[in-house]
Ligand binder design. Structure first.
Ligand code: PHE
Length: 368
C-alpha cells in the first residue's frame, strides 16, 4: 500500500515539477498551481484520500504528502519569480527611453526681429512702470491729425503720405468721417487720455502706414509710442526716461545721448534724440566715436493736445515720444535693408531671427 502511494507520489512529483518548469508564462504557471494545489488539485485529492488509511499509514503518508506539497509550492514560487523577472526585462526593453536624445526636438520656428524688439522694449518700459496700450490701425482724421494739433489743410498732413479710405457714414463731422490708415501711433495718445484718468504711463507698439517705398521706407512699418501724464511731469522726466531706455535697449552703459530741438505739432517743446556712434571704415558702432544717429522724436505734450484728450493743462503736464521699431532693430542687430523685414524669406529669418525660448526680461537679460 505504502509502496503504491510512494510510486504514485513520485510520478505526480516529477509530472508537476515538469509542468512547473514548462510553464511559459504567469498564466500557465497559475494553471499548474490550481491543478496541483487548488481545491480539486491532484495533491489536494491525495490529501483527501488519507482518511481511508490506518493512523500509522496516515502519519507517514501525510508527512510525505506535506513534503511534496511544500516542494511543489516552492517550485511554483521559484518559477514565478523567474517568470516575473523575464517579464520585467522585456517590459523594460519595450518601454526603454534613450536618455541621450534631446528633451525637445530642435525648435524650427524663429522669432522675427520686430517681435523680439517689441518684447525687449516692453520689458524695459514695464520695469519703469509703463503698461502696454493699443489702438485701431484704421483711424479717423480727427484722432490721427486734428486732435494732435494738425488741423485740416495744415502742411503737416501732406507730409505724412497718408493712405485714405472711403469716408465713414454717419460721423458727427467731416474730421470724424475721414478715415485713414494711421500714419503714426500718436492717435493712441488721444484715445488713452479720453479713456483714462491721469496718472498715465503707457507705451503703444503697433503697425503704422505711409504711402512710401524705397530703401528706407515701407508702406507698413512699426512704431512705439510713449505717453506719460501726471501733475508734476517735467522735461527732466522725459530726459531721464529716454536716456535710461537708450542705454538699456542698446546695452551700452555709457551711451552718449543728445537732445536736439525739433518740431512736432503735438509737442512743445519738441526734441529729437540722437545716440553716439562711430561710422569709421563704413562700419556702424553704437556707443563709440564722435558721430550721432537720430533714433526718436519726443517732447512735452502740447496743452491743446491735453485739452483735446479731456485733460486740464493747468493741472497736468506730460511728455510723449515715438520711434520706429524697424529702425532701432536694424541699428541694434546690424540688419542692413529695411525691406527684408517683410519679404518672409525663411533664410533671412533663420539668420536674423531669435530662439523662441529666449524671452527678453530685465532679470535674465534682453538677448542671449
Ligand atoms: N508721431 C511722431 C512721428 O511719427 C513721433 C513722435 C511721437 C514725436 C510723440 C513726438 C512725440 O514721427
Amino acid at each position: 500500500m505504502s509502496d503504491t502511494l510512494d510510486a504514485q507520489q513520485g510520478a505526480l512529483r516529477s509530472q508537476l515539477l515538469d509542468q512547473v518548469a514548462a510553464a511559459a508564462d504567469l498564466a500557465a504557471l497559475d494553471a499548474v498551481r490550481v491543478a496541483a494545489l487548488g481545491k480539486k488539485g491532484a495533491i489536494t485529492d491525495l490529501m483527501k484520500g488519507l482518511g481511508g488509511l490506518t493512523p500509522d499509514e496516515r502519519r507517514e503518508a501525510g508527512q510525505k504528502l506535506n513534503a511534496l506539497k511544500d516542494e511543489i509550492a516552492a517550485a511554483l514560487d521559484a518559477r514565478k519569480g523567474a517568470l516575473e523577472a523575464v517579464e520585467l526585462e522585456s517590459r523594460l526593453a519595450r518601454e526603454g527611453l534613450d536618455m541621450t536624445l534631446p528633451a525637445r526636438p530642435q525648435a524650427r520656428g524663429r522669432i522675427h526681429p520686430i517681435s523680439q524688439v517689441v518684447d525687449e522694449l516692453t520689458a524695459i518700459f514695464c520695469e519703469m512702470g509703463f503698461s502696454v496700450a493699443e489702438g485701431p490701425e484704421i483711424e479717423t482724421g480727427w484722432h490721427n491729425f486734428s486732435a494732435l494739433n494738425i488741423p485740416p489743410h495744415h502742411p503737416a498732413r501732406q507730409m505724412h503720405d497718408t493712405f485714405y479710405l472711403p469716408d465713414q457714414d454717419g460721423a458727427k463731422d467731416a474730421d470724424h468721417a475721414e478715415t485713414v490708415l494711421r500714419t503714426h501711433t500718436s492717435p493712441v495718445q488721444i484715445r488713452t487720455m479720453l479713456e483714462e484718468e491721469p496718472p498715465i504711463r503707457i507705451i503703444v507698439p503697433g503697425r503704422t502706414y505711409r504711402s512710401d517705398y524705397d530703401m528706407t521706407h515701407t508702406p507698413m512699418f512699426h512704431q512705439v509710442e510713449g505717453l506719460v501724464i501726471g501733475r508734476d511731469i517735467t522735461m527732466g522726466h522725459l530726459k531721464g526716461c529716454l536716456i535710461e531706455f537708450c542705454k538699456r535697449f542698446f546695452e551700452v552703459d555709457d551711451l552718449p545721448v543728445r537732445f536736439r530741438p525739433s518740431f512736432f505739432p503735438f509737442t512743445e517743446p519738441s526734441m529729437e534724440v540722437d545716440i553716439g556712434c562711430s561710422r569709421k571704415g563704413g562700419e556702424l558702432v553704437i556707443g563709440a566715436g564722435d558721430d550721432w544717429l537720430e533714433i526718436l522724436g519726443s517732447g512735452m505734450v502740447h496743452p491743446q493736445v491735453l485739452r483735446n484728450g479731456g485733460i486740464d493743462p493747468d493741472i497736468y503736464q506730460g511728455f510723449a515720444f515715438g520711434m520706429g521699431i524697424e529702425r532701432i532693430a536694424m541699428l541694434k542687430y546690424g540688419i542692413p535693408d529695411l525691406r527684408t523685414f517683410f519679404e518672409a524669406d525663411v533664410r533671412w529669418l533663420e539668420h536674423y531671427g531669435f530662439e523662441p525660448s529666449d524671452t527678453p526680461s530685465m532679470a535674465y537679460g534682453l538677448t542671449k
